[in-house]
Design a protein around this ligand. Sequence first.
Ligand SMILES: [Zn+2]
Length: 162
Amino acid sequence: MLDIVLEEMKKNNIILEKWSRSSCGHACIGRKIKIPKPVDYDTLGVCFHEIGHIVLGHLDGENGKTRYVEEFEAEMFAIQKLHEYGYYNKKYELRAKSHVLFKIAQAKNRGHNMKKVPKEIVDWTRLQINKWNQAKRVFVYFGSRFNTEADVQKSIVLHSRK
Ligand SMILES: [Zn+2]
């Protein structure tokens, strides 16, 4: 897996800032990334996600995209790459959905109207637009492991207006 990541980085002129000790990654200006050492589909997916942020130009300056849209695009890139190299696992995709929902919840809690969420993101995350708009605040607990779509939906907690 390591050779796959190094090859993708080389191909896209991406520099390793340093290896991450956790399973989280980060992409920075200057085409640098901090990624976990790829040892399974999960860490490999995180590597592709961060490479995706660079390849998709998310760090090239203001692009007018909402943060959750960028996260969605990076996850789509990662999932496509996992398929390409034969390491796709549904559990990665479920965690990716929860991650994007977490970012949508942050936007919602800052006053973002859920009707503005692009249809492909609504469909993929199964976002319940009206319920979210009616809620006062939304929390998504994305740290856990997901085995089914229902697990993803269960990680969403809506706090009602009262
Ligand atoms: Zn990201």
